[in-house]
Design a protein around this ligand. Structure first.
Ligand code: C5J
Length: 226
């Protein structure tokens, strides 16, 4: 196997990685969060903010696939019987629409429903790993760590939504498991721009207490794709 080292200009300092030991993790780019007419919009969120990152995510995904790197897609997703959805998660805030209720694109956050699918623009390829996660973090109650270990993955590149919820939680879980993580700044978004900005700062504070951040152009440039 040929190894390919990358040196990515990032904050708080350069992020080094080897393509074959690094996975691109794309968090929850699901129809219900991103598309007009979905669950996210029904809660009053401006989904256009999230949809705006799709072209940058597509560019990184295409480059990473071409380089032969591992790709992981996650979906926030519950079993149809909701056995994996704690009542605290379902009932918090007494929402008008709860997990499992019929929503504009099928049952909310339930596996197999139309709104639970990853958007067509970032559709997983046949051999790529898709992780259905019942929590906000990608490691909690999922086979993600085992899948990464099978491929001897040590570093992670993160994209997806929302920055301060499922992306940040997954990065913190990865950090505690010993992975170095780089968050691609223009490939992640929040319904609340101030939360995104705060999360980027938080991740890279104190010498990268959670990980690194950088614009996707820095990664693409390190890959010779700028
Ligand atoms: C994600 C959420 N994917 N905000 N979910 O961040 O509830």
């Amino acid at each position: 196997m040929t190894t390919r080292q990358l040196q990515v200009d990032a904050q708080p300092f350069v992020f080094d990685c080897e393509v074959q030991r690094t996975a691109l993790v794309i968090i929850d780019m699901q129809r219900d969060f991103i598309e007009p007419g979905g669950f996210g919009e029904s809660l009053g969120n401006d989904v256009a903010l999230l949809a705006a990152i799709v072209p940058a995510c597509q560019a990184v995904l295409a480059a990473w696939r071409e380089a032969g790197g591992m790709v992981v897609h996650t979906r926030e997703s519950h079993r149809p019987d909701l056995a994996d959805c704690p009542p605290a998660k379902r009932n918090r805030g007494n929402p008008r629409l709860r997990i499992g209720d019929p929503g504009p694109m099928g049952r909310i956050l339930v596996a197999g429903e139309p709104g639970n699918q990853i958007i067509d623009a970032l559709k997983p390829a046949v051999m790529e790993t898709v992780i259905d996660k019942p929590g906000k973090g990608a490691f909690y109650a999922t086979p993600l760590q085992a899948k990464l270990q099978e491929r001897s993955i040590r570093k992670l590149l993160f994209m997806g939504v929302t920055t301060e919820v499922c992306v940040q939680t997954s990065m913190r879980e990865a950090n505690d498991r010993g992975y170095d993580s780089l968050l691609l700044e223009d490939c992640t978004e929040s319904y609340f721009p101030q939360f995104k900005a705060a999360t980027l700062e938080m991740v890279r504070a104190q010498g990268g207490i959670v990980g690194w951040t950088t614009p996707s152009s820095s990664l693409l440039s390190a890959m010779g794709k700028a």
